[in-house]
Design a protein around this ligand. Structure first.
Ligand code: C5P
Length: 302
């Protein structure tokens, strides 16, 4: 057992988010093509007298530090499954947060996956990959992907993963919005906008999978789609101006990331990405703009 473990976990962008109708359990069936991007949260765990969560970073004030935090829930779930008592499972979880909060980039999910891997190493519980993935799926639909990283097709509610091949590096710009959006609220708005509409079963686009496999940014730009985008724009209409600004600055594609409100822009190369980020900041239509490349590795002990 070590006295301190740090795990680095990436953010994600959904290059395709195909959403089916609401299921009886309230979730939606998805064809969700996840791509991990090189913006990271770092989760550090150390033994403590009781379970405690702290957070640092520009958005830290918005992060809940109680047991609703997915990092705390991950630690409690692992401890319970391995029969650890309160004293053995007491841990201080520190989140160094760089992924936008409530931004549609799976920041909370990253912290859940990171705390799980970190506590497993700290406590020597040696959970199998299968058990870790099972706990991740219990914590939330996007958490298994935060564990595995790279690129994957998520089906079911997004938690059943099939790894995808990526044949090159993609250059992205992410524009952070002035406020967050709640994922359940965006799905509810999707339901409201689609009331009375027969929604087809969600399927992954073969063109998109081919573009990823080839590492072809132009082809990927032509194939990206997000069925939650109209709902996110309906709740946050100002995002349309951010999308226009990024496209006008030469982005190959611009879309809302997941349930938003972060917007994602695909650039042709690293220099193009820097230029788009500058133009987005100058446009005054976002709080900040960051460049990042994909794919990125999943939760990794550093
Ligand atoms: O799984 P997770 O807790 O991250 O989901 C958050 C919320 O997003 C759910 O409570 C639900 O409202 C919505 N959701 C959904 N369909 C999915 C995934 C999430 O409706 N496939």
């Amino acid at each position: 057992m070590s006295a301190r473990v740090t795990v680095r976990v990436p953010a994600k962008v959904n290059v395709q988010l195909a959403v089916g109708g609401a299921r009886p359990d309230g979730f939606h069936d998805l064809a969700n093509v996840f791509l991990a991007v090189g913006l990271y949260d770092e989760i550090t765990v150390t033994p403590a007298d009781e379970l405690r969560v702290t957070c640092s970073g520009p958005d830290a004030a918005q992060v809940p530090l109680d047991r609703t935090n997915l990092a705390a829930r991950a630690a409690l779930t692992l401890a319970e499954r391995h029969g650890l008592g309160a004293a053995d499972a007491a841990v201080h979880i520190h989140i160094a947060k760089d992924i936008p909060v409530a931004g549609g980039m799976a920041g909370g999910s990253a912290d859940g996956a990171g705390a799980l891997v970190a506590c497993d190493a700290l406590w020597g519980t040696r959970a199998s990959r299968e058990e870790l993935l099972d706990i991740c799926a219990e914590l939330g639909s996007d958490v298994p992907f935060s564990l595995v990283g790279g690129a994957a097709l998520g089906t079911g509610r997004g938690e059943k993963l099939r790894a995808l091949e990526v044949g090159g590096t993609f250059h992205w710009v992410f524009a952070m919005a002035g406020r967050g959006l709640s994922t359940p609220a965006v799905f509810r708005e999707f339901d409201r906008l689609n009331e009375g509409v027969r929604i087809p079963e969600p399927v992954a686009s073969q063109e998109l999978l081919d573009a990823l496999a080839k590492g072809d940014a132009g082809a990927l730009a032509a194939a990206v789609s997000n069925d939650l985008q109209p709902a996110a724009l309906s709740l946050f209409p100002e995002l349309a101006r951010t999308l226009d600004a990024g496209r006008a600055a030469g982005a190959l594609a611009g879309l809302v990331s997941g349930s938003g409100p972060t917007t994602a822009f695909l650039a042709g190369d690293a220099a193009g990405a820097e230029e788009i980020a500058r133009a987005l900041l100058d446009s005054g239509t976002c709080r900040s703009a960051r460049v990042a490349v994909s794919p990125a590795p999943g939760a990794t002990v550093v």
